[in-house]
Design a protein around this ligand. Structure first.
Ligand SMILES: Nc1ncnc2c1ncn2[C@@H]1O[C@H](COP(=O)(O)OP(=O)(O)OP(=O)(O)O)[C@@H](O)[C@H]1O
Length: 743
């Protein structure tokens, strides 16, 4: 083992899945650039590294330094200083000014910036404004470097240093020392395990309360990420003990204390009388936000049902019913049919009549069953009576589609509720929405927290129409809200089933219904079809085929750019997973050589990217897709164009972006694309499920190409073991949830 110090000149290769990195570096005493290989995900061009490792001769690439461990240090040589200053880390200094500064001050450069920054005025072209910029950025970098050192000392990846600094500022290190577990609560991307590594090094005991508490919190939020609104007590104790490697009795004691402290809420689920003797009551443990979201949703929906609307349509219908003695009297659908030039079938007409006298109702059905057509009729009925209608959907794309289909403006739920960080939603109980009816599309995507926020803003006299397809994947966030509302049986539900002639001509729609019923799709490839199946058994062959489809075949045949073709895959990892497909497709489709790096990914001009986290400050949300429209290597920033809005990202924020040449089917929920290419292979087996495949193929509007094997398709279609999500919403809506809540 030996130690060498180097300056990073170029990052030649990085594998984001395992961190393997190849660098070209300059090392004192070596004339040529030295190749360095190892796990070096978080380094930047210009970084000065002190590395420990050994030399090795690779048959193909020659002499290389194999890194075992490394740390980043401030450069000590003039050359290193120039590289560091010019790397873009220090705002206001690019390579040109870096050179001039170093030429003027030599090895004293850093000392000057540190103690006597005013002297920089002696450098040609540098004015007071630039000096201020450099000073602020230097301070920040210094602190970020300190945080990096602290993290390195504690054996933790330095990738989050900038984020920690943004959250805690100059207090960062003190905060981490005080209670490292706070990091997991406060900083997106840092989990219990990272915090635990730091805590262990700092000497926190395995049985300390903060550790046990954090582990329990983490277990609950993991369960929430899997879709559960609460944890069953035994499930929580078991999982948390496993994670914490602690005895169950410690976990139980901590849990009890947390419930006493109102850190968590416990509710005892009632056991129906006939089972009373056989079953112990189930204890549900909630993180408070989920508890209040579930309770709030249930109470508000029941309250809305109990309160009549006050609009003209309601008043006139009630009057007509009283006078005629006909309890079923509703709007005249034939008048609406004339208005919208459409003949509704019996179920659709019923849906319109039902909507006219419902306070809360659900309209559900598969693709092509007429949800949109019927919604237009419902809207026409409401408009005939002068009702003010609000339209909303959970994602930007779904809202856009709703606007196009109805001719009325539909907003995303976030915009409807006027989400303004950091205060949150401006529309709420005190400042409710104004209007007579709220119609919400793609409701299967709404989780319990969003539903509660939405309902808070709904005044009690407002009508609600929920539209959605319950066979799609459930919401990414916790809950099974639409299904629970339907299953509760407390609200009118209209289920559309018939597929109309136009829709019948689409093999995508017909196959979606077959697959939803568990049958194999019709995959005989022929002319004039929109559903193609290309048999490829090996993942490597499937990937080659996908690249050729996206790059040449489909654009050539359908005369559309590659950028409007979307690859959807069942999972992130593996050869035919999103990570690898993105690397391969980026290489095939984007000729740019350089870009900004983050965790092994390179973001280049022209790249198709997806925001993967709601960011209220930037007003970009999970699932939004855009294109990189500029990259500033000096300032280490880039801008992404999302539907004609330019959003800027600093390098440290790039973990909010994924490449989106390929995305997972989960991430594509609520979006539709003209052409979808979808690998379905046995290597995806752990993700293959009927509702996943169904959701994937229904994202395609014009053309769908599946690349894979019949065996994998059949396997997925048989798999209906949708893991049950823990929620008590249905019970609460049925009105028989026991409510002995504590906490
Ligand atoms: N009553 C009807 N008579 C004739 N055609 C109909 C009728 N209802 C719907 N259709 C036709 O069926 C097709 C599918 O309808 P629509 O787009 O409303 O379904 P959808 O459930 O909204 O579908 P998706 O979920 O795929 O968007 C459309 O071409 C529509 O014109």
């Amino acid at each position: 083992m030996m130690k060498i110090r180097c300056v990073v000149e170029r990052i030649t290769y990085q594998n984001p899945e395992n961190g393997y990195t190849v660098l070209k570096t300059r090392v004192k005493g070596y004339e040529d650039l030295v190749t360095v290989v190892g796990n070096l995900l978080e380094v930047n061009v210009g970084s000065v590294l002190l590395m420990e490792g050994s030399w090795k001769v690779d048959a193909k690439y020659g002499r290389q330094f194999n890194v075992i461990s490394w740390e980043e240090t401030l450069p000590a040589t003039v050359y290193g200083m120039e590289k560091y200053l010019g790397s873009g880390l220090i705002k206001g200094v690019g390579p040109k000014f870096a050179k001039r500064i170093v030429q003027r001050f030599g090895t004293d450069t850093f000392a000057v910036i540190e103690d006597n920054i005013g002297l920089l005025i002696e450098v040609p072209g540098i004015g007071n404004k630039r000096i201020e910029m450099i000073a602020a950025s230097w301070e920040r970098q210094k602190e970020v470097k300190n945080i990096m050192l602290f993290l390195q000392e504690h054996g933790v990846s330095t990738a989050f240093a900038a984020k920690i600094y943004r959250q805690y500022g100059n207090e960062s290190i003190n905060r981490m020392k005080e209670n490292p577990y706070k990091l997991a609560d406060d900083i997106w991307g840092i989990g219990f395990k990272t915090a635990d590594t730091i805590a262990e090094k700092l000497g926190f005991s395995k049985e300390s309360f903060v550790r046990l508490r954090s582990g329990i919190m983490y277990t609950l939020s993991e369960l929430a990420d899997e879709g559960h609104v609460y944890a069953r007590k035994e499930q929580l104790i078991f999982k948390a003990s496993e994670l914490l490697e602690a005895e169950e009795s410690f976990v139980v004691m901590t849990l009890d204390q947390m419930i006493k402290d109102e850190d968590l809420i416990r509710e005892v689920k009632a056991v129906p009388a006939e089972k009373e003797r056989k079953e112990l009551p189930e204890e549900a443990i909630y993180l408070p936000p989920f508890y209040f979201a579930e309770l709030g949703t249930a109470n508000k929906l029941l309250k809305l049902m109990a309160q009549p609307a006050e609009d003209r349509l309601w008043v006139q219908l009630m009057k007509a019913r009283r006078e005629s003695g006909n309890e079923n009297l509703s709007v005249d659908v034939s008048r609406i049919e004339q208005h919208v030039h459409m003949e509704y079938d019996e179920i659709q007409a019923n849906a319109i009549r039902q909507a006219a006298f419902s306070k809360v109702m659900v309209l559900t059905g598969g693709p092509g069953t007429g949800k949109t057509t019927t919604t237009k009729g419902i809207i026409a009925a409401f408009r005939m009576y002068g009702l003010k209608i609000l339209l909303a959907a959970p994602t930007g794309r779904a809202a856009k589609r709703m606007t196009e289909a109805t001719g009325l403006e539909a907003k995303t739920i976030h915009r409807l509720l006027e989400c303004k960080p950091p205060e949150g939603y401006q529309k709420n109980e005190e400042n409710p929405l104004e209007g007579d009816v709220l119609i919400v599309d793609e409701c299967s995507m709404i989780d319990i927290v969003l539903m509660n926020a939405l309902l808070k803003a709904v005044p009690t006299n407002m009508r609600l129409v929920f539209i959605g397809d319950i066979d799609q994947l459930p919401s990414v966030g916790a809950g099974n809200v639409l299904r629970d509302i339907i299953d509760a049986g407390s609200f009118p539900v209209v289920r559309l089933k018939r597929i109309f002639r136009q829709a019948k001509e689409s093999r995508i729609i017909m196959n979606a219904h077959r697959m939803n019923a568990g049958k194999m799709p019709d995959i005989s490839n022929g002319k004039n079809t929109d559903f193609f199946f290309l048999e490829r058994e090996q993942p490597e062959d499937a990937v080659l085929e996908i690249v050729s489809l996206v790059k040449n075949k489909l654009p050539g045949y359908y005369k559309i750019p590659s950028s409007s073709i979307q690859v959807l895959t069942p999972m992130q990892r593996g050869v035919a997973g999103a990570i690898n497909l993105n690397l391969v497709l980026q290489e095939a489709l984007n000729q740019e050589r350089d870009g900004l790096r983050r965790s092994g990914f390179v973001f280049k001009l022209g790249d198709k990217v997806m925001q993967v986290k709601n960011n209220y400050e930037k007003e970009v949300f999970n699932g939004d897709i855009g294109f990189v429209e500029s990259v500033d290597m000096q300032e280490r920033m880039l801008t992404v164009n999302f539907d004609n809005r330019s959003i800027t990202y600093e390098a440290s924020e790039l973990d909010e972006l994924f490449h989106a040449y390929a995305t997972t089917i989960h991430k594509a929920q609520g979006s539709e694309y003209p052409i979808v290419v979808m690998p379905v292979l046995m290597t995806h087996f752990c993700m293959l499920q009927r509702n996943l495949l169904y959701t994937g193929i229904t994202r395609a509007k014009k053309i769908l190409v599946i690349v894979g094997t019949k065996k994998a398709l059949a396997y997925g279609l048989r798999n209906v073991t949708v893991t049950k999500r823990n929620t008590l919403l249905r019970e609460r809506l049925e009105g028989n949830s026991n409510s002995s809540a504590e906490g």
